[in-house]
Design a protein around this ligand. Structure first.
Ligand SMILES: [Zn+2]
Ligand SMILES: [Zn+2]
Length: 487
Protein backbone atom coordinates (compact mmCIF):
# COMPACT_ATOMS: atom_id res chain seq x y z
CA UNK A 1 0.00 0.00 0.00
CA UNK A 2 1.23 3.48 -0.85
CA UNK A 3 1.84 5.94 2.00
CA UNK A 4 -1.03 8.14 0.78
CA UNK A 5 -3.37 5.18 1.00
CA UNK A 6 -2.23 4.54 4.56
CA UNK A 7 -2.93 8.16 5.41
CA UNK A 8 -6.35 8.02 3.84
CA UNK A 9 -7.17 4.89 5.78
CA UNK A 10 -5.88 6.45 9.01
CA UNK A 11 -7.94 9.59 8.37
CA UNK A 12 -11.05 7.52 7.74
CA UNK A 13 -10.43 5.53 10.91
CA UNK A 14 -9.98 8.75 12.92
CA UNK A 15 -13.14 10.32 11.53
CA UNK A 16 -14.98 7.09 12.24
CA UNK A 17 -13.65 7.01 15.82
CA UNK A 18 -14.65 10.63 16.42
CA UNK A 19 -18.09 10.08 14.89
CA UNK A 20 -18.59 6.89 16.84
CA UNK A 21 -21.35 7.69 19.30
CA UNK A 22 -20.91 6.79 22.95
CA UNK A 23 -22.70 3.61 24.04
CA UNK A 24 -25.38 5.69 25.79
CA UNK A 25 -25.88 7.85 22.71
CA UNK A 26 -25.99 4.75 20.53
CA UNK A 27 -29.01 3.45 22.45
CA UNK A 28 -30.82 6.75 21.93
CA UNK A 29 -29.84 6.86 18.26
CA UNK A 30 -31.05 3.29 17.75
CA UNK A 31 -34.37 4.08 19.41
CA UNK A 32 -34.78 7.25 17.33
CA UNK A 33 -34.05 5.39 14.09
CA UNK A 34 -36.49 2.60 14.99
CA UNK A 35 -39.26 5.08 15.84
CA UNK A 36 -38.99 6.96 12.53
CA UNK A 37 -35.85 9.04 12.64
CA UNK A 38 -34.41 11.89 14.65
CA UNK A 39 -35.84 14.70 12.53
CA UNK A 40 -39.36 13.32 12.57
CA UNK A 41 -39.22 12.86 16.37
CA UNK A 42 -37.82 16.31 17.12
CA UNK A 43 -40.43 17.90 14.85
CA UNK A 44 -43.29 16.23 16.74
CA UNK A 45 -44.74 18.64 19.27
CA UNK A 46 -47.97 17.06 20.42
CA UNK A 47 -49.48 13.63 20.78
CA UNK A 48 -53.08 12.58 21.36
CA UNK A 49 -53.83 8.99 22.34
CA UNK A 50 -57.39 7.71 22.52
CA UNK A 51 -58.65 4.31 23.54
CA UNK A 52 -59.81 2.31 26.51
CA UNK A 53 -58.37 0.17 29.24
CA UNK A 54 -58.25 -0.21 33.00
CA UNK A 55 -56.93 1.35 36.19
CA UNK A 56 -55.83 -0.95 38.99
CA UNK A 57 -56.87 -0.42 42.60
CA UNK A 58 -53.43 -0.22 44.22
CA UNK A 59 -53.60 -0.63 47.98
CA UNK A 60 -57.40 -0.83 48.01
CA UNK A 61 -58.22 -4.37 46.86
CA UNK A 62 -59.79 -7.03 49.10
CA UNK A 63 -56.44 -8.36 50.31
CA UNK A 64 -52.94 -6.95 49.91
CA UNK A 65 -52.17 -9.58 47.25
CA UNK A 66 -55.45 -9.39 45.31
CA UNK A 67 -55.52 -7.83 41.83
CA UNK A 68 -59.07 -8.54 40.69
CA UNK A 69 -60.57 -5.13 41.45
CA UNK A 70 -60.22 -2.59 38.66
CA UNK A 71 -61.84 0.40 37.06
CA UNK A 72 -62.74 -0.15 33.42
CA UNK A 73 -61.80 2.90 31.38
CA UNK A 74 -63.78 4.23 28.47
CA UNK A 75 -63.41 7.49 26.58
CA UNK A 76 -59.72 7.54 27.48
CA UNK A 77 -57.88 10.48 25.96
CA UNK A 78 -54.29 11.44 26.80
CA UNK A 79 -53.12 14.67 25.19
CA UNK A 80 -49.50 15.78 25.52
CA UNK A 81 -47.87 19.04 24.48
CA UNK A 82 -44.21 18.18 24.92
CA UNK A 83 -42.54 21.62 24.53
CA UNK A 84 -45.15 23.20 26.82
CA UNK A 85 -44.74 20.49 29.48
CA UNK A 86 -48.46 19.82 29.53
CA UNK A 87 -50.50 16.63 29.70
CA UNK A 88 -54.18 16.04 30.29
CA UNK A 89 -55.86 12.67 30.70
CA UNK A 90 -59.63 12.47 30.41
CA UNK A 91 -61.36 9.22 31.14
CA UNK A 92 -64.54 7.66 32.41
CA UNK A 93 -63.90 4.96 34.99
CA UNK A 94 -66.38 2.31 36.05
CA UNK A 95 -65.54 0.07 39.02
CA UNK A 96 -65.87 -3.67 38.38
CA UNK A 97 -66.40 -4.21 42.13
CA UNK A 98 -68.71 -2.86 44.84
CA UNK A 99 -67.31 0.64 45.24
CA UNK A 100 -68.00 2.91 48.21
CA UNK A 101 -69.35 5.64 45.93
CA UNK A 102 -71.43 3.19 43.92
CA UNK A 103 -70.72 1.55 40.59
CA UNK A 104 -71.89 4.30 38.27
CA UNK A 105 -69.35 5.60 35.71
CA UNK A 106 -67.26 8.51 36.95
CA UNK A 107 -65.64 11.07 34.65
CA UNK A 108 -62.11 12.16 35.54
CA UNK A 109 -59.73 14.83 34.28
CA UNK A 110 -56.12 14.54 35.49
CA UNK A 111 -53.76 17.19 34.25
CA UNK A 112 -50.36 18.78 34.62
CA UNK A 113 -49.20 22.10 33.25
CA UNK A 114 -45.58 22.83 34.17
CA UNK A 115 -45.46 22.76 37.97
CA UNK A 116 -49.23 22.80 38.38
CA UNK A 117 -51.04 19.47 38.65
CA UNK A 118 -54.80 19.58 38.69
CA UNK A 119 -57.99 17.53 38.68
CA UNK A 120 -61.30 18.63 37.25
CA UNK A 121 -64.31 17.13 39.02
CA UNK A 122 -67.39 15.91 37.20
CA UNK A 123 -69.15 19.19 38.06
CA UNK A 124 -66.37 21.17 36.35
CA UNK A 125 -64.60 22.35 39.49
CA UNK A 126 -60.81 22.36 39.10
CA UNK A 127 -58.48 21.85 42.04
CA UNK A 128 -54.72 21.88 42.31
CA UNK A 129 -53.14 18.59 43.43
CA UNK A 130 -50.15 18.16 45.73
CA UNK A 131 -46.73 18.98 44.34
CA UNK A 132 -45.70 15.33 44.69
CA UNK A 133 -48.57 14.25 42.43
CA UNK A 134 -47.74 17.02 39.95
CA UNK A 135 -44.15 15.79 39.90
CA UNK A 136 -45.33 12.24 39.13
CA UNK A 137 -47.50 13.56 36.31
CA UNK A 138 -44.58 15.52 34.87
CA UNK A 139 -42.60 12.28 34.81
CA UNK A 140 -45.57 10.51 33.24
CA UNK A 141 -45.30 12.80 30.20
CA UNK A 142 -42.07 10.94 29.41
CA UNK A 143 -43.54 7.49 29.93
CA UNK A 144 -43.98 7.19 26.17
CA UNK A 145 -41.47 6.29 23.43
CA UNK A 146 -41.96 9.50 21.48
CA UNK A 147 -41.62 11.87 24.44
CA UNK A 148 -38.70 10.11 26.14
CA UNK A 149 -36.66 9.76 22.95
CA UNK A 150 -37.50 13.32 21.94
CA UNK A 151 -36.31 14.51 25.37
CA UNK A 152 -33.17 12.37 25.10
CA UNK A 153 -32.32 13.99 21.75
CA UNK A 154 -32.35 17.44 23.37
CA UNK A 155 -28.71 18.61 23.57
CA UNK A 156 -29.41 19.70 27.16
CA UNK A 157 -30.37 16.14 28.18
CA UNK A 158 -27.79 13.91 29.82
CA UNK A 159 -27.49 10.20 29.03
CA UNK A 160 -25.62 7.97 31.45
CA UNK A 161 -25.15 4.41 32.64
CA UNK A 162 -25.63 2.36 29.46
CA UNK A 163 -26.20 -1.30 30.26
CA UNK A 164 -28.01 -4.43 29.16
CA UNK A 165 -30.68 -6.43 30.91
CA UNK A 166 -31.64 -9.63 29.12
CA UNK A 167 -32.45 -8.70 25.54
CA UNK A 168 -32.77 -4.99 26.31
CA UNK A 169 -30.34 -2.07 26.27
CA UNK A 170 -30.90 0.51 28.98
CA UNK A 171 -29.79 4.08 29.45
CA UNK A 172 -30.59 6.67 32.10
CA UNK A 173 -31.75 10.02 30.76
CA UNK A 174 -31.79 13.18 32.83
CA UNK A 175 -34.08 15.51 30.97
CA UNK A 176 -33.79 19.29 31.03
CA UNK A 177 -35.65 20.20 34.18
CA UNK A 178 -33.95 17.56 36.25
CA UNK A 179 -36.02 14.37 36.19
CA UNK A 180 -34.17 11.14 35.50
CA UNK A 181 -35.85 8.23 33.72
CA UNK A 182 -34.55 4.98 32.32
CA UNK A 183 -35.19 4.06 28.68
CA UNK A 184 -35.01 0.37 27.75
CA UNK A 185 -34.97 -0.61 24.07
CA UNK A 186 -35.50 -4.01 22.54
CA UNK A 187 -32.23 -5.65 21.44
CA UNK A 188 -33.64 -6.76 18.08
CA UNK A 189 -36.15 -4.13 16.96
CA UNK A 190 -34.46 -1.27 18.86
CA UNK A 191 -37.95 0.03 19.67
CA UNK A 192 -38.46 1.36 23.21
CA UNK A 193 -39.70 -1.51 25.36
CA UNK A 194 -40.23 0.42 28.59
CA UNK A 195 -39.60 3.63 30.50
CA UNK A 196 -38.89 3.52 34.22
CA UNK A 197 -38.87 6.26 36.84
CA UNK A 198 -38.76 6.29 40.62
CA UNK A 199 -40.94 8.11 43.07
CA UNK A 200 -42.06 8.04 46.68
CA UNK A 201 -45.28 6.42 47.86
CA UNK A 202 -46.70 7.27 51.29
CA UNK A 203 -47.22 3.60 52.17
CA UNK A 204 -44.48 1.88 50.18
CA UNK A 205 -41.63 4.38 50.36
CA UNK A 206 -39.42 4.21 47.26
CA UNK A 207 -41.27 2.71 44.30
CA UNK A 208 -40.55 2.08 40.65
CA UNK A 209 -43.04 3.29 38.04
CA UNK A 210 -42.61 1.34 34.81
CA UNK A 211 -44.53 1.71 31.56
CA UNK A 212 -44.03 -1.02 28.98
CA UNK A 213 -44.88 -0.62 25.30
CA UNK A 214 -46.22 -3.16 22.83
CA UNK A 215 -48.18 -3.51 19.56
CA UNK A 216 -46.25 -0.84 17.67
CA UNK A 217 -48.09 0.61 14.68
CA UNK A 218 -47.39 3.22 11.99
CA UNK A 219 -48.68 6.68 12.87
CA UNK A 220 -47.86 9.78 10.78
CA UNK A 221 -44.42 8.47 9.78
CA UNK A 222 -43.62 7.23 13.27
CA UNK A 223 -43.87 3.89 15.01
CA UNK A 224 -45.93 4.22 18.19
CA UNK A 225 -47.20 1.59 20.63
CA UNK A 226 -50.89 0.72 20.77
CA UNK A 227 -50.57 -0.90 24.18
CA UNK A 228 -49.16 0.88 27.23
CA UNK A 229 -49.05 -0.82 30.60
CA UNK A 230 -47.91 0.96 33.75
CA UNK A 231 -46.97 -0.67 37.02
CA UNK A 232 -46.07 0.59 40.47
CA UNK A 233 -43.45 -2.00 41.38
CA UNK A 234 -45.27 -5.23 40.38
CA UNK A 235 -48.82 -3.86 40.56
CA UNK A 236 -50.55 -2.86 37.32
CA UNK A 237 -52.10 0.58 37.75
CA UNK A 238 -52.86 1.53 34.13
CA UNK A 239 -53.34 -0.61 31.03
CA UNK A 240 -54.32 1.24 27.85
CA UNK A 241 -55.31 -0.20 24.48
CA UNK A 242 -54.98 2.58 21.93
CA UNK A 243 -57.66 2.93 19.25
CA UNK A 244 -56.39 6.08 17.56
CA UNK A 245 -53.37 8.28 18.01
CA UNK A 246 -52.39 11.49 16.35
CA UNK A 247 -49.10 13.35 16.19
CA UNK A 248 -49.36 17.15 15.98
CA UNK A 249 -53.13 17.06 15.86
CA UNK A 250 -55.47 19.21 17.90
CA UNK A 251 -54.86 18.68 21.62
CA UNK A 252 -57.48 21.16 22.77
CA UNK A 253 -56.61 23.56 25.56
CA UNK A 254 -54.09 21.90 27.88
CA UNK A 255 -53.50 24.92 30.12
CA UNK A 256 -54.24 24.44 33.82
CA UNK A 257 -57.67 25.86 34.70
CA UNK A 258 -57.42 29.26 36.42
CA UNK A 259 -58.63 27.94 39.78
CA UNK A 260 -55.73 25.46 39.88
CA UNK A 261 -53.11 27.73 38.31
CA UNK A 262 -53.78 30.49 40.85
CA UNK A 263 -53.89 28.17 43.87
CA UNK A 264 -50.90 28.00 46.20
CA UNK A 265 -48.52 25.05 45.75
CA UNK A 266 -49.21 22.11 48.06
CA UNK A 267 -45.76 21.09 49.26
CA UNK A 268 -46.92 18.71 52.01
CA UNK A 269 -50.10 17.09 53.32
CA UNK A 270 -52.29 19.64 55.11
CA UNK A 271 -51.58 20.07 58.83
CA UNK A 272 -53.55 17.64 60.97
CA UNK A 273 -56.50 18.83 63.00
CA UNK A 274 -57.29 16.43 65.83
CA UNK A 275 -60.49 17.03 67.75
CA UNK A 276 -61.32 15.16 70.95
CA UNK A 277 -64.79 13.88 71.82
CA UNK A 278 -65.51 11.89 74.98
CA UNK A 279 -67.36 8.73 73.95
CA UNK A 280 -67.44 6.86 77.26
CA UNK A 281 -65.20 6.57 80.30
CA UNK A 282 -61.74 5.78 78.93
CA UNK A 283 -62.80 6.12 75.27
CA UNK A 284 -62.13 9.18 73.10
CA UNK A 285 -63.00 9.87 69.47
CA UNK A 286 -60.06 11.62 67.77
CA UNK A 287 -61.60 13.15 64.65
CA UNK A 288 -61.27 16.50 62.89
CA UNK A 289 -60.67 15.56 59.27
CA UNK A 290 -61.54 12.65 56.98
CA UNK A 291 -60.05 9.69 58.90
CA UNK A 292 -60.66 9.25 62.61
CA UNK A 293 -59.08 7.29 65.45
CA UNK A 294 -60.31 6.04 68.83
CA UNK A 295 -58.19 6.18 71.98
CA UNK A 296 -58.82 3.48 74.59
CA UNK A 297 -57.52 3.63 78.16
CA UNK A 298 -56.60 0.42 79.97
CA UNK A 299 -55.38 0.16 83.57
CA UNK A 300 -51.72 0.67 82.77
CA UNK A 301 -51.51 1.58 79.10
CA UNK A 302 -53.27 3.20 76.15
CA UNK A 303 -54.29 1.67 72.82
CA UNK A 304 -55.18 3.57 69.67
CA UNK A 305 -57.56 2.26 67.07
CA UNK A 306 -56.16 3.50 63.74
CA UNK A 307 -53.20 5.68 62.81
CA UNK A 308 -54.45 6.60 59.32
CA UNK A 309 -53.35 8.33 56.13
CA UNK A 310 -49.74 9.46 56.56
CA UNK A 311 -47.03 10.55 59.00
CA UNK A 312 -48.68 13.91 59.53
CA UNK A 313 -52.04 12.52 60.66
CA UNK A 314 -50.63 9.52 62.52
CA UNK A 315 -48.05 11.48 64.51
CA UNK A 316 -50.65 14.12 65.40
CA UNK A 317 -53.07 11.45 66.67
CA UNK A 318 -50.29 9.75 68.64
CA UNK A 319 -49.29 13.09 70.18
CA UNK A 320 -52.91 13.83 71.10
CA UNK A 321 -53.26 10.43 72.79
CA UNK A 322 -50.15 11.06 74.88
CA UNK A 323 -51.37 14.57 75.73
CA UNK A 324 -54.75 13.27 76.92
CA UNK A 325 -53.28 10.67 79.29
CA UNK A 326 -49.63 11.64 79.87
CA UNK A 327 -49.34 9.29 82.84
CA UNK A 328 -49.91 6.09 80.82
CA UNK A 329 -47.78 4.78 77.97
CA UNK A 330 -49.31 4.44 74.54
CA UNK A 331 -48.29 0.94 73.53
CA UNK A 332 -50.57 -0.45 70.78
CA UNK A 333 -52.33 0.50 67.56
CA UNK A 334 -55.19 -1.52 66.12
CA UNK A 335 -55.28 -1.19 62.32
CA UNK A 336 -58.84 -1.38 60.94
CA UNK A 337 -57.72 -2.89 57.59
CA UNK A 338 -54.86 -2.80 55.12
CA UNK A 339 -56.24 -0.20 52.69
CA UNK A 340 -53.57 2.38 52.04
CA UNK A 341 -55.54 5.36 53.37
CA UNK A 342 -56.13 3.55 56.67
CA UNK A 343 -52.64 1.99 56.93
CA UNK A 344 -50.72 5.06 55.74
CA UNK A 345 -49.63 5.94 59.27
CA UNK A 346 -48.33 2.50 60.22
CA UNK A 347 -44.71 3.34 59.44
CA UNK A 348 -45.03 6.37 61.72
CA UNK A 349 -46.59 4.22 64.47
CA UNK A 350 -43.73 1.72 64.21
CA UNK A 351 -41.23 4.58 64.37
CA UNK A 352 -42.86 5.56 67.69
CA UNK A 353 -42.28 2.06 69.07
CA UNK A 354 -45.95 1.02 69.04
CA UNK A 355 -47.07 -2.59 68.61
CA UNK A 356 -49.42 -3.07 65.65
CA UNK A 357 -52.50 -5.27 66.02
CA UNK A 358 -53.93 -6.31 62.65
CA UNK A 359 -55.93 -9.04 60.98
CA UNK A 360 -53.59 -11.83 59.97
CA UNK A 361 -54.13 -11.45 56.21
CA UNK A 362 -52.62 -7.97 56.51
CA UNK A 363 -49.41 -9.27 58.14
CA UNK A 364 -47.34 -9.84 54.96
CA UNK A 365 -48.06 -6.29 53.81
CA UNK A 366 -47.09 -4.82 57.18
CA UNK A 367 -43.85 -6.78 57.23
CA UNK A 368 -43.06 -5.57 53.74
CA UNK A 369 -44.08 -1.95 54.35
CA UNK A 370 -41.93 -1.60 57.46
CA UNK A 371 -38.77 -2.96 55.83
CA UNK A 372 -39.02 -0.92 52.64
CA UNK A 373 -36.57 1.97 52.16
CA UNK A 374 -37.86 5.53 51.89
CA UNK A 375 -34.84 7.42 50.58
CA UNK A 376 -36.58 9.67 48.05
CA UNK A 377 -38.83 11.27 50.67
CA UNK A 378 -37.51 10.08 54.04
CA UNK A 379 -40.36 9.64 56.53
CA UNK A 380 -40.51 9.17 60.31
CA UNK A 381 -39.50 5.51 60.07
CA UNK A 382 -36.62 6.29 57.73
CA UNK A 383 -35.38 8.86 60.24
CA UNK A 384 -35.91 6.56 63.21
CA UNK A 385 -35.86 2.92 62.07
CA UNK A 386 -37.58 0.50 64.46
CA UNK A 387 -38.49 -3.17 64.08
CA UNK A 388 -42.09 -4.18 63.46
CA UNK A 389 -43.86 -5.44 66.58
CA UNK A 390 -46.97 -7.20 65.32
CA UNK A 391 -49.83 -9.10 66.93
CA UNK A 392 -52.23 -10.68 64.48
CA UNK A 393 -55.91 -11.51 64.88
CA UNK A 394 -57.48 -14.41 63.04
CA UNK A 395 -61.20 -14.31 63.92
CA UNK A 396 -61.14 -12.59 67.30
CA UNK A 397 -58.93 -11.20 70.03
CA UNK A 398 -60.05 -9.86 73.40
CA UNK A 399 -58.11 -6.95 74.88
CA UNK A 400 -59.05 -6.80 78.53
CA UNK A 401 -57.96 -5.89 82.03
CA UNK A 402 -59.75 -4.75 85.18
CA UNK A 403 -60.84 -1.44 83.69
CA UNK A 404 -61.54 -2.02 80.01
CA UNK A 405 -62.60 -4.75 77.59
CA UNK A 406 -62.45 -4.48 73.81
CA UNK A 407 -63.31 -7.41 71.56
CA UNK A 408 -61.64 -7.31 68.16
CA UNK A 409 -63.53 -9.29 65.53
CA UNK A 410 -62.67 -10.07 61.93
CA UNK A 411 -65.46 -8.78 59.66
CA UNK A 412 -65.64 -11.99 57.65
CA UNK A 413 -66.54 -12.09 53.98
CA UNK A 414 -66.95 -8.37 53.45
CA UNK A 415 -66.60 -7.30 49.79
CA UNK A 416 -64.77 -4.12 50.85
CA UNK A 417 -61.78 -5.92 52.36
CA UNK A 418 -60.98 -9.27 53.93
CA UNK A 419 -58.57 -7.77 56.48
CA UNK A 420 -61.16 -5.77 58.39
CA UNK A 421 -61.29 -5.72 62.18
CA UNK A 422 -64.14 -4.15 64.11
CA UNK A 423 -63.77 -3.21 67.78
CA UNK A 424 -66.68 -4.01 70.06
CA UNK A 425 -66.94 -2.54 73.58
CA UNK A 426 -69.38 -4.91 75.37
CA UNK A 427 -69.84 -2.76 78.47
CA UNK A 428 -70.22 0.55 76.62
CA UNK A 429 -72.14 -1.13 73.74
CA UNK A 430 -70.02 0.64 71.13
CA UNK A 431 -68.89 -0.63 67.74
CA UNK A 432 -65.88 0.93 66.02
CA UNK A 433 -65.60 0.13 62.30
CA UNK A 434 -64.08 1.58 59.16
CA UNK A 435 -65.67 1.91 55.72
CA UNK A 436 -68.33 -0.80 56.00
CA UNK A 437 -70.93 1.58 57.48
CA UNK A 438 -70.46 5.26 56.74
CA UNK A 439 -73.42 7.12 58.24
CA UNK A 440 -74.88 9.56 55.74
CA UNK A 441 -73.30 7.92 52.68
CA UNK A 442 -75.33 7.84 49.48
CA UNK A 443 -74.78 4.09 49.07
CA UNK A 444 -73.79 1.38 51.59
CA UNK A 445 -72.60 -1.63 49.59
CA UNK A 446 -70.79 -3.24 52.54
CA UNK A 447 -73.30 -2.72 55.35
CA UNK A 448 -75.37 -5.86 54.80
CA UNK A 449 -72.32 -8.03 55.42
CA UNK A 450 -71.51 -6.00 58.52
CA UNK A 451 -75.06 -6.71 59.65
CA UNK A 452 -74.42 -10.44 59.16
CA UNK A 453 -71.25 -10.20 61.24
CA UNK A 454 -73.04 -8.27 64.00
CA UNK A 455 -75.77 -10.91 64.03
CA UNK A 456 -73.26 -13.78 64.04
CA UNK A 457 -71.53 -12.29 67.08
CA UNK A 458 -74.83 -11.33 68.69
CA UNK A 459 -73.50 -7.86 69.47
CA UNK A 460 -75.64 -5.44 71.46
CA UNK A 461 -74.85 -2.00 70.11
CA UNK A 462 -76.07 1.39 71.27
CA UNK A 463 -73.75 3.54 69.16
CA UNK A 464 -71.59 3.17 66.09
CA UNK A 465 -68.23 4.94 66.27
CA UNK A 466 -67.24 5.02 62.58
CA UNK A 467 -63.73 5.90 61.49
CA UNK A 468 -65.36 8.20 58.91
CA UNK A 469 -68.36 10.50 59.40
CA UNK A 470 -69.65 10.82 62.99
CA UNK A 471 -70.96 8.82 65.95
CA UNK A 472 -74.55 7.69 65.43
CA UNK A 473 -77.09 5.65 67.38
CA UNK A 474 -77.80 2.07 66.31
CA UNK A 475 -81.08 3.20 64.75
CA UNK A 476 -79.09 4.80 61.91
CA UNK A 477 -77.72 1.38 60.98
CA UNK A 478 -81.11 -0.27 60.95
CA UNK A 479 -82.25 2.36 58.43
CA UNK A 480 -79.59 0.98 56.08
CA UNK A 481 -79.80 -2.71 57.05
CA UNK A 482 -83.25 -3.21 58.54
CA UNK A 483 -83.24 -7.01 58.51
CA UNK A 484 -80.30 -7.54 60.82
CA UNK A 485 -81.24 -5.67 63.97
CA UNK A 486 -80.31 -7.74 67.02
CA UNK A 487 -81.17 -5.08 69.59
ZN1 LIG B 1 -61.13 0.58 53.01
ZN1 LIG C 1 -61.98 4.56 54.69
Amino acid sequence: MKPTAWLALLAAATVSACAQPSPEQQIINDAAAALGGRDRIVAAKTLVIEGEGMNGNLGQDVTPEATSQAFNLTGYRRAIDVPAGRQRIEQTRTPNFPYFQGQQPQKQVLGVDGNVGYNVAANGTAARVADAAANDRRAEIYHHPLTIVRAALDPAAKATNPRTEGNQSLVDITIPGGQTLTLAIDGSTKLPARVVSRTSNTNLGDVVIETSFADYQDVNGLKLPARLTTKTDDYTTVDIRVATQTVDGDTGDLAAPAAAASAAPIAAPPPATVTVEDVAKGVWYLAGQSHHSVLVEFADHLTLIETPQNDTRALAVIAKARELRPDKPLTHVVMSHHHFDHSGGIRAAVSEGLTIIAQKAAAPLLEEVVKRPATIAPDALARNPQPLKLETVDEELVLTDKTMTVNLYHIAGNPHSDTLLMAYFPRERLLVEADVFNPGAAVSPYAANLGDNIKKRNLRIDRFVPLHAKIVPYAEFTKVVPATSTN
